[in-house]
Design a protein around this ligand. Sequence first.
Ligand SMILES: C[S@@+](CC[C@H](N)C(=O)[O-])C[C@H]1O[C@@H](n2cnc3c(N)ncnc32)[C@H](O)[C@@H]1O
Length: 300
Amino acid sequence: MSEQESSGGFSADWLRLREPLDLVARSQTLALAFKAALKPRNGSALKLIDLAAGAGANFRALAPVLEGDQDWILVDHDPMLLTAQRAEISGWARRRGWHAREEDGLLQIDVGAARWQVRGQQLDLARDLDRVDLAWCDGLVTTAFLDLVSAAWLDSLCALLAKVPRPLLATLTVDGRRTWQPALAADGLITQAFLAHQVGDKGLGESLGGQAASYLAQQLAAQGCGVSTQESDWHIGAGHSELLMTMAREAAAVAAEVDPSNARTASAWLTERSSHADRGVLSLEVGHLDLLALPGPART
Ligand SMILES: C[S@@+](CC[C@H](N)C(=O)[O-])C[C@H]1O[C@@H](n2cnc3c(N)ncnc32)[C@H](O)[C@@H]1O
């Protein structure tokens, strides 16, 4: 698992920790191209579905870019994150001086003349991807999710988009590049173990990990979509020592889990990383890809 989990799911704390890094890493060019491609179909508000929305970070990143009236459905299978969504989004809106209220699970945020409506939907995307109501929406988004899914799952997503063509913006998919600084001799072993672990089954089949975005780009291009990708890397500097040490501990634990004979090397590596963090010299680059796919002319 490339991310921090608790009790079988992703912890809201970890999603909160990563959100500011995601925000600066995202491709603004692709977000604006996605916005330009959206055509409201039913009524005037833009309708969007976010797959594996977690605590709602994708909504918080995209709603201010898209502007105007918007209706969102935030899909996730984790009931705790669906509950966290409402609190995180309300708090975020209020901190910006926007009026937010909730009724019957529908969150309404008034931003100047615009109204953003947000509803969570509990769905296991491993089993029920075909229950995502693409026909309802004008655009589909997902973030920090596709590296968890299998080639077969991505094929199903492509089949859905072939049947119901919609612009897709899939952001922050890890692509396997990880560089720790200062460099240590054991970095190769730690990173190789991490990448090997990343392609295990995360509940959605054998995940493609760092190959997911390029696989999806190929498949969507082959079915006639206009596909663009851009790097959206994390540059985690010494100022983020809590996050860096969370990731270093995770990397060391994964290395020992993948091969118990790595345990001693991983432990020594972690001690050095901790000392680098204490001295304020630790940093990490994590490669990601953002992907925008627009339906081909024959299908719009
Ligand atoms: C790395 S988190 C990203 C969350 C959110 N998109 C963000 O960027 O903060 C991955 C998300 O995938 C969700 N997820 C994992 N497996 C799922 C499944 N089978 N069905 C629906 N959601 C799933 C998790 O609950 C989690 O919210």
